[in-house]
Design a protein around this ligand. Structure first.
Ligand code: GDP
Length: 439
């Protein structure tokens, strides 16, 4: 699906614009929200074309030492790499800032089509001279918008959608049926390289190296009993070439990009430290992006006493709250313990991720849920769920037609997800629930 990235420094009005676009193309039905602070994804449709809208860096970092409180420019870079068009939002009332300039330089280098949107000009005719200043950014004509009032978003979307590759071209890129993309992610020194080498065993199983979509990415294709596994972005883990591989931030950005291209993420955790906050963030990113997830507790050979093992398992329980459905495997890339089992877990997670549930089975469950009470009421309004149908796979996505989508709280969402998992499994994969209004 084509990706459109919305970039810009905080408070220029990115989120307002995203919301405005959401209302303009009222086919936007879902926001994958909440799990990480630095990017939000929206599925959208305009003129019959589906795309994903990525809102970057809209929220201020909480802590300065947070790995994910990366500079706006770097967040924008990561998003732009995957995008086929970039909406660069600036603030017409403050004029050009240094941060705008640094984002602009990055965008010019990325060679992606950029729409320079000057926000907060509520009277573009009278405030024209404020626009001129933004020509200095060198990313094309500044377009006045008022995210608040919605002037011009429809025309903008027409132009953006026109840049998308032909649908037929997109289909050509579809992976063959028996190809599974796997990303090995985790902190520096967790043992990713060691694991990769162990999984590959002898070089004979390597079919080929292929260039990834980003400049420096190299994927390795491996065949195992008729299935092809594309190990995504193995440049860093096959041969440690640069000091960057050892810097946590770069390793995260790299992992993030790999997640975006993978069906299954293998999150390698160093058991000698346990699951850390960064591990949790990366796990959440994978979930947010709809990637299946397998947790590998590596270096298990180092844990000789029960307390240490207990400590690791406790850290996983505490940090894996968003993915109680993920398989957790204790391995040693050094001794080879349980490494062979990884393939089957990845296969199973990928299969869950492509599961289709019949509409009748889904609505049977819905009827059961209605019978078991659990009603949601808000003042005079009462939530009614009319109908549910599966609207996508990879990950499985379900659309519920309800009378008042806003009555669906997070806890009710979790309740439904749990009921769906009880009924249908989905081991190893996130699922998405959408709620659309229908009287
Ligand atoms: P990466 O940065 O995630 O690719 O980590 P490496 O694969 O380079 O491993 C970092 C260090 O941990 C190396 O010294 C490895 O030999 C060691 N290591 C990796 N896996 C294991 C394991 O299962 N057990 C033990 N004891 N050491 C391991």
């Amino acid at each position: 699906k084509p990706v459109v990235a919305v970039v810009g420094r905080p408070n220029v009005g990115k989120s307002t614009l995203v919301n405005r676009i959401a209302q303009t193309s009222d086919a936007i039905v879902h926001e994958s929200r909440g799990v990480t602070r630095d990017r939000s994804y929206y599925d959208a449709e305009w003129n019959g074309r589906d795309f994903t809208l990525v809102d970057t860096g809209g929220i201020e970092p909480l802590k300065s030492d947070d790995v994910f409180s990366v500079p706006i420019r770097d967040q924008a870079l990561a998003a732009a790499e995957e995008a086929c068009a970039v909406l660069f939002v600036v603030d017409g009332t403050t004029g050009v800032t240094e941060e705008d300039e640094s984002v602009a330089r990055m965008l010019k280098r990325s060679k992606k089509p950029v729409f320079l949107l000057v926000n907060k000009l509520d009277n573009p005719d009278r405030e024209e001279e404020r626009l001129w200043e933004f020509y200095s950014l060198g990313v094309g004509d500044p377009l006045p918008i008022s995210a608040l009032h919605g002037h011009g978003t429809g025309d903008l979307l027409d132009e953006v959608v026109a840049l998308f590759p032909d649908e037929s071209e997109l289909e050509d890129e579809e992976k063959p049926d028996n190809m599974l993309s796997i990303a090995i992610i985790g902190r520096p020194n967790a043992g990713k390289s060691s694991l990769f080498n162990k999984m590959i065993g002898s070089d004979r199983s390597i079919v080929s190296d292929v260039a990834g979509t980003t400049r420096d990415a190299i994927d390795t294709v491996v065949e195992r009993s008729g299935t092809f596994y594309r190990m995504v972005d193995t440049a860093g883990i096959r041969k440690k070439s640069t000091v960057y591989e050892n810097i946590e931030y770069y390793s995260m950005v790299r992992g993030l990009r790999a997640i975006d291209r993978a069906d299954v993420a293998l999150l390698v955790i160093d058991s000698s430290t346990g699951m850390t906050e960064q591990d949790q963030k990366v796990a959440n990113l994978a979930i947010e992006r709809g990637c299946a997830l397998v947790i590998l507790l590596n270096k298990w050979d180092l844990l000789t006493d029960d307390n240490a093992r207990e400590h690791v398992m406790e850290s996983v329980d505490r940090r894996l709250t968003l993915a109680p459905w993920a398989s957790v495997l204790r391995i040693s890339a050094l001794t080879g313990r349980s490494v062979e089992k990884i393939w089957a877990l990845a296969d199973a997670a990928a299969a869950s991720r492509s599961t289709r549930i019949t509409t009748s089975a889904l609505n049977k469950l819905l009827t059961d849920m209605r019978e078991f009470g659990h009603t949601v009421v808000d003042g005079k309004r009462r939530l009614r769920m009319h109908y549910v149908t599966q609207t996508g796979i990879e990950p499985p996505t379900f659309t519920f037609f309800v009378n008042h989508p806003d009555l669906v709280s997070d806890s009710y969402r979790r309740y439904i997800e749990n009921r769906m998992r009880d009924a249908f499994g989905f081991k190893g994969t996130p699922i998405r629930l959408r709620f659309r209004s229908k009287e």
